[in-house]
Design a protein around this ligand. Structure first.
Ligand code: G3H
Ligand code: ZN
Length: 276
């Protein structure tokens, strides 16, 4: 069932369950993630980012993910991740995405506020949810971006000036980490979450230990984004399968084990978030 971000998050019990949101790059990982969500009977978000859109036109991946969402037995959000311009946002809205992230985290605060407002006005008029970012979550892989923790004061000011449906905050995670060793500042997170009425989103959660994934939910995270951990799971198995079968040329033969690895990793992350 295809739903908006707002619809997917609304029924989740506060501080006991967050929406698991995973980056996807095509049919195989999207199907593997939906399989995990159906098995656990939880909603899920499939997120297409800039890399995915550089591989597949937005209208094509939008149509693919929306159709997969409609066929799923659980609520599925089709979400545009980390868009930095209005045109890309509107292309995604046109392509059927039910949720978009406008990432103005690299802009001066006043511009982030102004552009987020513009995106909210346009996307909301089309019934599409909007996630914004205040503060900035950095990258571990050398991607040029300044990182900056979110402060409660700036989060409150940002929220008062914009009307997003979810707000990404920076409290210690870093994108693209391959080990769960991020050090979350839970005291800061508590202060930021306490000032907000907007549901808080945590990015870069591949770098969060399973134990801290659950602590994030208890401390108020309503959506948790994971990408790298699933790409690592897919890539490792693909490499091992190709090395084990050097004469095989049919890629479909390799995809089954890769998809099972992605389902297992998505299952592990969803269970870790919602433990207890
Ligand atoms: O927006 C996507 C996420 O923040 C994914 O981050 O690849 O570090 O798990 P990650
Ligand atoms: Zn992110």
């Amino acid at each position: 069932m295809l739903v908006t971000l707002t619809e997917a998050m609304a029924p989740l019990p506060d501080r006991r369950q967050a929406l698991a949101a995973f980056n996807v790059f095509g049919y195989e990982d999207a199907a593997a993630i939906i399989a995990a969500a159906e098995e656990l009977d939880v909603p899920v978000a499939l997120m297409a980012n800039k890399l995915a859109l550089s591989h597949m036109p937005v209208a094509v991946i939008g149509a693919l993910l929306c159709e997969m969402a409609r066929r799923a037995r659980v609520p599925v959000v089709v979400h545009l991740d980390h868009a930095t311009d209005f045109v890309t946002v509107m292309q995604a809205v046109t392509a059927g995405f039910t949720s978009v992230m406008f990432d103005g985290s690299q802009l001066p605060l006043a511009q982030n506020i102004a552009q987020t407002r513009e995106v909210c006005r346009a996307a909301h008029a089309c019934g599409v949810s909007v996630e914004a970012e205040v503060g900035s979550v950095g990258y571990a892989d050398g991607t040029a971006a300044h990182a900056e923790r979110t402060t409660p004061e700036i989060a409150a000011a940002f929220e008062a000036e914009t009307a997003p449906d979810a707000l990404a905050i920076s409290v210690g995670t870093v994108h693209r980490m391959t080990e769960g060793v991020a050090r979350i500042d839970f005291a800061l997170m508590d202060k930021v979450v306490a000032t907000l009425r907007t549901p808080a989103v945590i990015h870069g959660a591949s770098g969060v230990s399973d134990e801290d994934l659950h602590r994030l939910v208890v401390h108020g995270a309503r959506k948790i984004n994971i990408g790298t951990a699933l790409r690592v799971a897919f890539g490792r198995v693909l490499r091992a399968e190709m090395e084990a079968h050097p004469g095989e040329f049919d890629r479909l033969k390799f995809y089954g084990p890769c998809m099972r690895a992605v389902t297992a990793m998505a299952r592990e992350k969803i269970l870790a978030m919602n433990a207890g």
